[in-house]
Design a protein around this ligand. Sequence first.
Ligand code: DAT
Ligand code: MG
Length: 140
Amino acid sequence: MATERTLSIIKPDATRRNLTGKINAKFEEAGLRIIAQKRIHLSKAQAGVFYAVHKDRPFYDELCEFMASEPVVVQVLEGEDAIAKNREVMGATNPSEAAAGTVRAEFALSIGENSVHGSDAPETAAVEIAYYFSGLELVG
Ligand code: DAT
Ligand code: MG
């Protein structure tokens, strides 16, 4: 096991419903430390760059519109196996398939409006963290 950092986003459907604290509690209960956090309002273009890996998927435009629709909370989580642990706390992409007790099972509205983003591998985590945060903002 290694200490890792992962990029997390609390998405517009969750910030709108005042769920930031409840979601952060789940991260902290799982042993993930929030070592950086800020509230930002992405433009559609900025969301598009972040989700460029999905640019050929049919849901890409809708996804970018949604991510730019209202503010998000971007954060860096640190801990043992933080990338996998965070994906576990998040639950499956489709909330109807998410395990009980996960963020998406409890809070997601649909497969698109699914409350949280989490990096999926060390390489993507490094790129995604650098997209939103400077090194000085990461206070481990
Ligand atoms: P995850 O967010 O679990 O890593 P992903 O990387 O496959 O999932 O997709 C990124 C986001 O795109 C996902 O959180 C919500 C949206 N999305 C994925 N599949 C979708 C679909 N079939 N319809 C609508 N939105 C979808
Ligand atoms: Mg993903």
